[in-house]
Design a protein around this ligand. Sequence first.
Ligand code: FES
Ligand code: FES
Length: 227
Amino acid sequence: MSGKDSNPPGEEQGNGVRTYDAFLSSRRTFLKSIGATGVAATTPTWASMAQDGADQIEAQQDGAPAEGERQIKLTVNGQTHTLNVAPNAILLDVMRERLALTGTKKGCDLGQCGACTLHVNGTAVNSCLSLAVAHDGDEITTIEGVAENDQLHALQEAFWEEDAYQCGYCTSGQIMSALNVLEDERIPKDDNAAIREAMSGNICRCGAYSNILAAIQSAHRKLGGIS
Ligand code: FES
Ligand code: FES
């Protein structure tokens, strides 16, 4: 991957053997490092951390744009920002670098991996392919905005419960795409192939696909769907 984020360092016990505790600790370290944006446990502590990540974003109010800049308004996770950006600024970079919403990941930067998936007006898009100026006035939801108050979304809980990630780098994008799958009544949730097809734009280099599928179906059941 070409992004700035790196995978969490592994934690071994000196003899090269990775224990469950070490693995869990590594996972915690990683989740904390990304602001608990992708997945979190069901405990209030993790839920609070997820919410803290969203709460910390203050409204940005840029003044008059400099020559060559464009001023846009973006409502991100319910917060409206007025931002001056270069005409060629990429939406993903604006989220990460201007708004410090680093839960959205940069993987391939080519529209091929889905790590940068977020929602624009309710639809999942690859933010690495999107010019920020094209979204003036749009409503954007990033992974930081998925949890509500102290309550994780059922899909976030399901990712945790079903062990639907390993390094977690792809997880934010997977969850944002999976949210659209859950909402799309045309996709039968008992049809594994249909869900896999709908999620095919999101690559997981760790190969957690089966557990991601299980998490989506589990969340569907939790949300009252039939599967
Ligand atoms: S970073 Fe890979 S699709 Fe955007
Ligand atoms: S969990 Fe590592 S890339 Fe998906």
